[in-house]
Design a protein around this ligand. Structure first.
Ligand code: TRP
Length: 437
């Protein structure tokens, strides 16, 4: 709100930072194993439908609100109605749930960037991953390193930290991913993986798989916790429209998910390894492949570097929401906010990291702490945040107060989505997925 508020340096910078938030582990780690576990092509279809309806309209709505109010999510919702400030607080709480476990996986990836070089053929990668992830100290060290790197970038601020980093990382990531995909598609039997990825299995389409697909959209596109309100709040006032800045979010997010699917599945199929391995898919199955193809270790290194870059641009957005809140509402300096929030995440993340080893006995409903956090964030907190955002903007404020498209027809479609389609779909899928309906 004040003139001293930092801002992005260029239009491209906002576009890449916002897309960087969306493109992350959700696309390259979570999407392939969720697709495998939820029926391949039919999951993909629901994912795409949700992405273009709920995802797209929420990205635009959030960003438009942020660009209008130019403050953190609590002020943004408070501007709509003082009673709605709590939605902004929910956004910050959600980042407390996601960032710790996200950074635990980030730490694993960082470890694998180095580990690929020590792999030898014939090694039991299942055992390697299990030994690593269930140990106490080693994953914690990498987690600490990863979180510190994230915090450092955020500490440097919007223009010098987040924007600069995203401008380098995003193009690099796309190029590397395409190179890797082409290499993998040249493997024997790669085509079987492509077929699995695209062929729908409608018998697997249940309330639960639909909830998972919607959860995947929220997680992958980063909607439902005020990321785009926060990023939008740093856009300088000028003639740029929301759509001009935010279209890469959705396009790149879907593109990278598709590229990741077209890399992971063909690789998995050509080596006849189990497809529904869950979160460990990329840590167990892929290394197996990397050690057996020419220059495989190099491609493996490349894969984990891509993953690391994608993860980092997302973690910084998760941290930035909380930091912006602490600066705007609690009047902290950026430095104090970064340090305090990182220490909080460090504490929670330590428990999450240990939930694979020492604390693995601690389960709720058969899920360890890590799975609980993932379920709570993606399937409950983010859809709830998304639903409340739709109600706040569609019903309390009115979509006509936020001009997303200059074109009347598109603006009408946007209104329809935010007012009716997105909230109705969120509620239906939530209730069905939780077996209430
Ligand atoms: N979208 C990111 C991914 O795909 C993760 C992420 C970053 C996120 N910021 C978020 C998810 C905010 C939900 C909300 O990996």
């Amino acid at each position: 709100m004040s003139d001293k508020r930092p801002s992005w340096g260029s239009k491209l910078g906002v576009m890449l930072a916002a897309a960087g938030s969306a493109v992350g582990l959700g696309n390259m780690w979570r999407f392939p194993f969720s697709t495998a576990q939820n029926g391949g092509g039919s999951f993909l279809l629901i994912y795409l439908i949700c992405a273009f309806s709920i995802g797209l309209s929420l990205v635009f709505a959030e960003a438009a609100l942020g660009m209008k109010v130019r403050s953190d999510p609590t002020d943004a919702f408070g501007w709509i109605s003082p009673k709605l400030r709590f939605i902004g607080v929910l956004c910050v709480l959600t980042s407390i749930v996601i960032l710790p476990y996200y950074s635990v996986v980030g730490g694993w990836i960082l470890a694998y960037v180095f580990k690929v070089f020590t792999f030898s053929s014939g090694e039991d990668f299942n055992a390697v991953f299990n030994d690593f992830s269930t140990a106490t100290t080693e994953p914690l060290i990498y987690f600490l390193l990863y979180l510190t790197a994230t915090a450092t970038i955020v500490y440097f601020g919007i223009q010098n930290g987040i924007e600069k980093f995203s401008k380098v990382m995003m193009p690099l990531l796309l190029v590397l991913l395409v190179v890797l995909m082409v290499r993998v598609l040249m493997l024997d039997k790669a085509w079987d993986g492509v077929v699995f990825f695209f062929r729908p299995d409608f018998s697997k389409l249940t309330g639960e798989t639909m909830l998972n697909a919607m959860g995947q959209v929220f997680f992958s596109i980063s909607v439902g916790m005020g990321i785009y309100i926060t990023y939008g709040s740093y856009v300088k006032k000028d003639s740029v429209t929301v759509c001009q800045l935010m279209w890469p979010v959705i396009v790149l997010d879907i593109l990278v998910s598709l590229l990741a699917g077209l890399t992971v599945f063909p690789a998995v199929f050509s080596f006849d390894v189990p497809i529904n391995a869950g979160p460990s898919l990329i840590f167990i199955t892929l290394p197996q492949i990397f050690v057996s193809i020419p220059f495989g270790r190099f491609f493996g290194f490349m894969f984990f570097v891509i993953l690391l870059g994608a993860a980092a641009t997302s973690s910084i957005s998760l941290l930035e929401v909380a930091v912006t809140f602490m600066c705007d509402q609690l009047k902290m300096t950026r430095r104090a906010a970064v340090v305090r929030f990182s220490v909080l995440c460090l504490t929670i993340g330590t428990l999450v990291s240990m939930s694979f080893g020492r604390l693995s006995g601690f389960t709720v409903a058969g899920k360890n702490l890590f799975d609980q956090f993932d379920f709570l964030a993606s399937n409950i907190l983010l859809p709830t945040g998304g639903f409340l955002t739709c109600i706040a903007i569609g019903w309390v404020l009115g979509c006509d107060k936020l001009v997303v498209f200059q074109n009347k027809f598109l603006q009408r479609c946007f209104t329809l989505c935010i007012k009716w389609i997105a909230p109705a779909a969120i509620v239906l899928i939530l209730l069905k997925g939780l077996n209430i309906l």
